[in-house]
Every structure is written in C-alpha cells, then in structure tokens.
Write a protein that binds this ligand. Structure first.
Ligand code: NAD
Ligand code: TDX
Length: 331
C-alpha cells in the first residue's frame, strides 16, 4: 500500500512511520506542516525509496486532494496536541484539528480512499480518582479543554462523513503515550530533560492526577492492526492498563536517574485539569487480537530516559523556549 501519513514528523506519527518501514512493505508519504512540534530529524535514517516528506498544511485543500488522490489509505495523526498550549491560544487547535480534519474527510470522500483517524481518550472527559470506571466505546463524549473539545469535534466529523457520505473510516482513541521523540513540552520528556539540565521536575497541583500510560510502539501496532483488520465505521479504544499518578511517574523518573524520589517541586495547576483517564481496551483485544508488548513501565521509561540522554541534539533546540513559556505560567 501507499500510505499518506499526516503529522508524520511529530511524536507518534514519526514512530508510526519507523514501524511501518520496519514491519511492512508499504511506502509512505508524510504530509506535515513542520510546526514547532514537527521535526524532520525524527525521520532520519529511513530509506528514501519508501518515504517522501511533503511540507504542507492539512488545511490546504488543493494539496490534500492531490496527495490523497495518489495514495491507498490515509492515517491522520496531524493535530495541535498540547493541552497547555490550547489554554493560552486555542485558535490553531480549532483551525488544524477541525478544519484540517474536514479537508482530509472531503478528500477521502472525493477519491474513495480509506481513512484511519487518530484521536484521544480525552474526548471522554475525566473520571474520579477513586472510581473503578474506565472509558469504553459507549462512554459519552464530555471534553474539558480547547484541545480535547477540538479532537472530540474532529471525531464527530469523521462519524458524520461515514454515516452521511459512506466514507470508509475507522477511529482510535488512545491514552497517554510515552517513548522516544516526544516534544519536551510534554510531561515525561519535560521532567527527564529538566533533570538532565540540573533542574527539578515540576508537578502540577498535588501530583495526584492519573494518566493511563502506553508505549508509543504499542499504540502504533494497534493502529496497524486496525488499518489491516478494523471494521469500517468502528471506534477502537487503545490502552495498556498503565494507570499511574503523575507523582508516581516523577518518583520513578527520579529513581531511575539516581535522585531522591522527593526531589520535585509542586507548581501551579492546569486550569480545568482532568483528574483521571483509564481505558478499557477489551474490544481491540477481543476483535483484533492486539496485545501490548511493553508491559513493564519502568523498563520502557528507562529506555526513554536513555533515548533523551543520547539524543540531546534532537531536543536541546526546543528546551529553553518551552521552559520560558512554563515559567511565565508559574509552572
Ligand atoms: P505532536 O504535536 O508531537 O505532532 C503533531 C504533528 O502534526 C507535528 O509534526 C506537526 O508539525 C504536525 N501538524 C500540526 N499542525 C499541522 C497542520 N495544520 N498540517 C500538517 N501538519 C501539522 O503530536 P503527537 O503527540 O504525536 O499526537 C499525534 C496525534 O495523536 C494527535 O492527533 C493527537 O491528538 C493524538 N494522540 C496523542 C496522544 C499522546 O499521548 N501524545 C494520545 C492519544 C492521541
Ligand atoms: O510539567 C508538567 N507537570 C505536570 O504535572 C506537565 C507538562 C504536565 N503535568 C501533568 C499534566 C497531566 O496530568 O502531567 C500529565 C500529563 O501531561 P501532558 O504530557 O501535557 O499530557 P495530557 O494533558 O495528559 O495529554 C496527553 O495525552 C493525551 C497528550 O498531550 C495529548 O495529545 C493526548 O491526547
């Protein structure tokens, strides 16, 4: 197959491209705007005869049409992805996540191509910290932030295009990813690179908020399984039973990096901060036979720490500006 991968120079998209090149015979065309979050270097070392990078905007209908016409299927990762940014400046979230997804949908409708839309568990809102509940495909949408509401809107557009126009599409809603090539604005890379810089990790609020961590390669293996065997019009939740409080994650990072587990600071909380996410991925496991490979979070975290240690040239250019932005927000 010839795959069009939007957002393929970002964190999850670039790891997806690496996995596709390793595990399949597909060729890949990446469409990426190379925003602050996109990095050409994330695609370094991949064979030129199987990968093309087009720098461009998913909101550019002409460009999207031309690329979609030439591919067999589209895997749509491109988005503005950071909650904190969406709180200070929501506009690019509305433009890229809603208008961009609309352009992709119109193109796959016009050319009759298959689409897989990448989304997030945050569309379901949050759960109580002490509740036994987890998100399932029938949990009502209840997003909290400008980011998650724009992703929720993009999912609704996909559902409507499936039902009204018969577009062939699947959706996946995944929990928090970790692994190599994640931007230093995000929680785990921020704390690792702070420690490498001699600074302390920064926990929002009390650190009790809980996320359901999954290794990025497990997420992408699930996406490949959905692309191959997913049923048209279906939504699949992706998660690996990896619930940990932010405080627990920071303590593990500190321990793995040889520091006392209490050597962190509590800082200003995120407005509207979701308490807890938790995914019930039984549909994916039962219908498609997917299983996570990275079952040991500490081992995956250790490998991620090693990646940031040995790839300073990749993250260093972004670090100072990110920390300046957080300082201004008291975080
Ligand atoms: P990221 O911010 O690391 O990468 C996003 C990529 O999209 C970047 O390369 C950026 O340049 C590109 N992009 C942004 N706007 C664009 C536009 N208008 N046109 C073309 N390209 C554009 O994000 P990520 O963490 O890799 O997330 C990828 C997808 O996965 C997103 O849709 C996100 O909502 C979803 N998701 C992320 C997580 C997570 O934990 N990071 C979890 C579940 C779902
Ligand atoms: O310095 C920090 N300190 C801190 O305590 C940062 C950057 C974050 N946090 C907290 C906020 C969250 O509770 O850590 C948790 C994780 O934060 P983020 O990495 O910003 O992720 P989150 O807001 O949970 O959203 C992520 O998962 C779902 C991705 O960024 C989204 O793109 C995805 O949809």
């Amino acid at each position: 197959m010839r795959l069009l991968v939007t957002g393929g120079a970002g964190f999850i998209g670039s790891n997806f491209v690496h996995q596709v090149i390793q595990r399949t015979d597909h060729t890949v065309v990446v469409l990426d705007k190379l925003t602050y979050a996109g990095n050409r270097g994330s695609l370094d070392g991949l064979p030129e005869d199987r990968l093309t990078l087009t720098e461009g905007d998913i909101c550019d209908g002409g460009l999207v049409n031309a690329l979609v016409a030439g591919c067999d299927a589209v895997v749509h990762f491109a988005a503005e992805s950071h909650n904190d940014n969406s709180i200070t400046n929501p506009e690019p979230f509305i433009t890229t996540n809603l208008m961009g997804t609309f352009r992709i949908l119109e193109a796959v409708r016009r050319y009759g191509k298959r689409l897989h839309h990448i989304s997030t568990d945050e569309v379901y809102g949050d759960l109580e910290l002490d509740s036994p509940l987890r998100f399932t495909p029938t949990t009502p949408y209840n997003p909290s932030s400008p980011y998650s509401s724009s992703k929720a809107g993009s999912d609704m557009l996909v559902r409507a295009w499936v039902r009204t126009y018969g577009v062939k599409a699947t959706i996946s809603n995944c929990s928090n990813n970790y692994g190599p090539r994640q931007h230093v604005e995000k929680f785990i890379p921020r704390q690792i690179t702070n420690i490498l810089d001699g600074a302390r990790p920064r926990l929002y609020g009390t650190g009790a908020n809980t996320r359901d961590w999954i290794h990025v390669d497990d997420h992408n293996a699930a996406v490949l399984a959905i692309l191959d065997h997913g049923k048209n019009g279906q939504t699949y939740l992706i998660g690996a039973d990896g619930e940990l409080s932010n405080r627990q994650v920071v303590e593990l990072i500190l321990e793995e990096m040889g520091h006392p587990p209490t050597a962190y600071d509590l800082v200003a909380d995120r407005p509207g901060h979701d308490l807890r996410y938790a995914i019930d991925a039984s549909k994916l496991r039962e219908d498609l036979g997917w299983r996570p490979v990275y079952r040991d979070f500490r081992a995956g975290l250790r490998a991620t720490i090693d990646w940031y240690r040995t790839n300073e040239a990749w993250w260093r250019p972004a670090k100072a500006a990110v920390e300046e932005k957080y300082r201004a927000a008291g975080q």
